[in-house]
Design a protein around this ligand. Structure first.
Ligand SMILES: [Zn+2]
Length: 73
């Protein structure tokens, strides 16, 4: 089940997510980076995924259980 290619996925901003704000980032095609309008965060896809994983991990530690299945694209 292939989904949309690079740049068409919606990633939430990991920085905002840490603050309990669930907001989708925008994609900068020229720089191949995602960025958030709400905070200063920006980063490429790999960075976003890493940060999001960290955020999920932290949330998991305080009770919300998030499995790798939630990760799907
Ligand atoms: Zn943000």
């Amino acid at each position: 089940m292939a989904q949309a290619g690079k740049g068409r996925l919606n990633y939430r901003c990991p920085s905002c997510f840490m603050r309990d704000i669930d907001i989708d980032m925008f994609y900068d095609k020229e720089k191949d980076e995602y960025y958030c309008l709400r905070c200063q965060y920006r980063g490429d896809e790999k960075n976003v995924l890493e940060k999001n994983e960290l955020a999920r991990f932290r949330y998991g530690m305080i009770g919300r259980r998030i499995t790798i299945e939630d990760y799907g694209d």
